[in-house]
Design a protein around this ligand. Structure first.
Ligand code: F55
Length: 801
């Protein structure tokens, strides 16, 4: 598409779709007009892909996820269609700057963190490798809350991404299903029938997902809850205007808002409704599509692969059994086997508080038929394994992990270590009964978003050096390995990083009024705030460093800027204390005239996908410091390594694999491993011992306790101090000394600019394996048994085996 054609298309949309003209148009109007013009280019490949999938009558993949953290869509589409230059030229010919227009788009924040972002990377990779697939989820009216800081404390406000017209979706009033809740179950002539007491309509909204070079496009289908009757006319006529609108309000509540908690499962009735709502709508849709192409439901596993993104859609097991057995008359045992043949389950956490359990009381009242089917499935499983000591129900609760495991033919972890721990801990008994079921699929990230568009300077360098093929064949980055020894390339690589840092520095100056020196090391920890991720270990090290610099202000310190980003679940009190502590420490340290040329701390509010795209390319050091055994994988760690930030990290999640691939000499390892963590916890008074053994740690904790960061309010952070000195479950105190040691090694390494750049280049060169294309091909061959439909793609010979 030429610049002129694109320009004309934009003007036409501005006029005919938005009803405005160039003189009046706002940036948002232009952005939406550009989005429509780009969207038009997606529709043909999208139709072609849909038709190719229909003609092939092959297997389709369905990715069921409560969360899709897709961020902005316009830039992604422009990049994948290869229209970056035309778009930039077209916008400037209209007097606009493309970057300004692109950053006007609100993030679609339909997820909490890693799990939701993984789903988004997977969608893009499924399209890039040409695998016929649908993402299924919820069209939340409000995504993850907006975070702001008031006096250093997190304050949440509602997110409102749909306030402006959403240019990427197509409403499908014709694709709608009635979803029932409650009611009763009755047997009728040998057939069980569920008669729900209430119901809502799930209506589909489709967003096309275009892969690299526009060769293939899939669909993200999000369900919105609508009332079965819009309006209670009788109540209206009686003058009860609020009551008349009640059915609508009640129904819409289901897709109103994303639950903002990424760990603790609170057993909320509305949450279970959301889970069933989108799962049932998706399964109805899947069966409808299958039956439009085939007639024998016993063939379902050959045509349908359904991936459950954690247990949130685990009700899919009983729901599919219900559809096959109750609705389509398949014998129960066969229905269970058939459903299992379609379903597979990804586990994303071992944290006990994050494993979903639903009380049988709640489930029985909302989904009575499903509860009775779970009992039947449980009984069938028990009968097949009479020696087993567990069931999927315990203390009046249904354990969704066990249910998902029993209803899936494959269960996967998301990193090598996490998968081993799954086998050894939460699923040890089920693993003994089904040793072939658990497998690993190490996470990945899409290089189109996380390298090509987030880091155009690095991308340009890579393409100049080795051609463009790395973009969808990321292991080709190995080809730049020899260039780590090339002084010219190192300088270019350093210049790209430097320019990214300058850009971030001016952003921080403009948006936050903080000034940072681009020469300093940018040390970044961005992720949800959680005790196991140990942002408090990072801030403790900052305090100790500040104290040490203060002792010796004329020392030869390596300048650092520590940047934090991340939200805490609104109900997670301790995580909010950590945020408050970081902000309070930042305020004191940043205003210390003696130390501030060596150490600054910044915590921009409202961390999201778009902010990650700014921060990661400008980072030198990636903080991956979770308590070993707790972070299932991490995916930010991969994005940093690809963009040439060195990792300081524990042997946790995918850090282990990153270190193996980039080389131990290019990774700053510290801390206990998962086995040592368990042993350390068994030592009486481990925290007190660690503090006694390390005067730096003791002094840092004393400063917090004495009110150094809470002038006039000594006890403000007592909860943190006493936690770290006593229970310290996440072993912050016990890992502090080694973390400090590793950080000082980082300081020394950063001063040797040549050696540092060599290491950074090797991180980029050796991280190509972390492309989500690799992950998706591996799911296709090892779990889904699905084929790609692109002439030059597919799974043959390219998966990881
Ligand atoms: C969201 C809702 C609930 Cl109820 C529970 C968990 C979550 C959630 O967001 N989890 C999450 O993000 N888990 C992360 O998944 C990533 C992708 O696999 C991993 O990399 C990361 O280690 C894990 O914490």
């Amino acid at each position: 598409m030429t610049t002129t054609e694109l320009r004309e298309a934009i003007l036409a949309h501005l006029k005919y779709a938005l009803g405005t003209d160039p003189d009046r148009a706002s940036v948002t109007d232009w952005r939406i007009a550009l989005s429509y013009a780009i969207r038009d280019r997606i529709v043909d490949p999208w139709f072609a892909s849909t038709q190719a999938a229909e003609a092939a009558k092959g297997k389709r993949v369905y990715y069921l996820s409560m969360e899709f953290l897709i961020g902005r869509l316009l830039e992604d589409a422009v990049v994948n269609l290869g229209l970056m230059e035309s778009a930039s030229a077209a916008m400037s010919s209209l007097g606009l700057d493309l970057d300004t227009v692109l950053s006007d788009e609100p993030d679609a924040a339909l997820g909490n963190g890693g799990l939701g972002r993984l789903a988004a990377c997977f969608l893009e990779s499924l399209a890039t490798v040409g695998c016929p697939a649908y993402g299924y989820g919820i069209r939340y009216e409000h995504g993850l809350f907006r975070q702001s800081f008031v006096d250093g404390r997190q304050v949440e406000s509602p997110e409102d991404w749909l306030r402006q017209p959403h240019a990427w979706e197509f409403e499908r009033p014709g694709a709608a299903f009635e979803i029932g809740f409650g009611g009763r179950v009755a047997s009728n002539a040998g057939r069980t029938e569920w008669t729900p007491a209430e119901s809502v309509v799930a209506e589909a909204y489709d967003t096309p997902v275009i892969g690299w070079k526009g060769r293939w496009a899939n669909t993200l289908r999000l369900w919105s809850a609508k009332p079965t009757t819009f309006f209670d006319l009788d109540r209206f006529n009686r003058g009860d205007y609020y009551g008349a609108a009640e059915p609508e309000a009640l129904a819409r509540t289901i897709s109103r808002v994303l639950y903002p908690d990424d760990t603790t499962e609170e057993g909320k009735r509305l949450r279970l409704k959301q889970e069933y709502f989108f799962t049932a709508a998706s399964l109805n849709d899947i069966l409808r599509r299958f039956l439009s192409e085939h007639d024998d439901l016993r063939q379902l596993p050959r045509k349908v692969a359904i991936q459950l993104n954690d247990t949130h859609p685990a009700i899919a097991g009983p729901e599919l059994v219900r559809l096959l057995h109750d609705v389509h008359g398949m014998p129960l045992d066969e229905a269970i086997v058939t459903a299992r043949g379609c379903l597979s389950y990804t586990n994303h956490t071992l944290l006990p508080e994050a494993l979903e359990r639903w009380s049988e009381g709640l489930m029985g009242s909302l989904l009575p038929r499903h509860l009775s089917l779970i009992e039947r499935i449980d009984a069938a499983h028990a009968a097949a394994h009479p020696d087993r000591g567990i069931t999927m129900r315990e203390n009046g609760e249904v354990k969704m992990g066990e249910l998902a495991f029993c209803m899936a033919h494959k269960v996967n972890g998301v990193s090598a270590l996490h998968t081993e721990l799954m086998k050894r801990t939460v699923f040890s008994e089920l693993h003994r009964l089904h040793p072939e079921r658990i497998l690993n699929q190490t996470n990945g990230v899409t290089p189109r978003r996380w390298v090509l568009s987030a880091n155009p300077r690095l991308s340009g360098l890579l393409t100049d050096a080795i051609g463009e093929e790395w973009v969808d064949d990321l292991e080709r980055l190995h080809e730049i390995e020899p260039l780590a020894e090339d002084a010219g390339f190192r300088e270019d690589y350093a210049a790209a990083k430097r320019a990214n840092k300058e850009e971030l520095a001016s952003y921080l100056r403009a948006e936050r009024g903080v000034s940072v020196d681009p020469e300093a090391m940018f040390d970044v920890q961005i992720k949800r705030i959680h005790e196991y991720k140990r942002q408090h270990l990072n801030i403790l090290e900052a305090i100790a460093l500040w104290q040490e610099i203060g002792d010796n202000p004329n020392g030869d310190w390596t300048p650092r800027v520590k940047i934090f980003g991340g939200k805490a679940a609104p109900g997670y009190v301790f995580a909010k204390e950590i945020i408050h502590l970081i902000n309070s420490v930042a305020q004191v340290i940043n205003s210390d005239p003696v130390t501030s040329k060596f150490l600054k701390i910044d915590y921009p509010a409202n961390y999201n996908v778009s902010l990650a795209e700014r921060l990661i390319p400008a980072s030198d050091l990636s903080e991956q410091i979770s308590t070993a055994g707790k972070e299932a994988s991490g995916t930010g760690n991969m994005k940093f390594a690809l963009n040439g930030a060195l990792t300081i990290g524990t042997l946790d999640g995918a850090n282990v694999e990153i270190r193996e691939l980039v080389g131990a000499e290019n990774f700053f390892l510290f801390g206990m491993d998962a086995d040592e963590v368990m042993a350390r916890r068994a030592i009486d008074g481990h925290a007190a011992r660690a503090i006694e053994a390390d005067p730096r740690l003791a002094r840092a904790l004393d400063a917090i306790r004495d009110g150094a960061f809470s002038p006039g309010e000594r006890g403000r952070f007592d909860a943190i101090v006493s936690n770290l000195s006593q229970a310290d479950y996440f072993l912050v105190s016990s890992d502090f000394t080694d973390y400090w040691r590793a950080q000082r090694e980082v300081d020394v390494a950063y001063r040797d600019r040549t050696a540092w750049m060599r290491m950074a280049i090797l991180n980029t060169a050796r991280s190509g394996w972390f492309s989500s294309d690799r992950t998706i091909r591996s799911y296709m061959s090892q779990i889904w048994n699905a084929q790609g439909l692109l002439a030059d793609a597919g799974t043959d010979g390219r998966d990881e085996g």
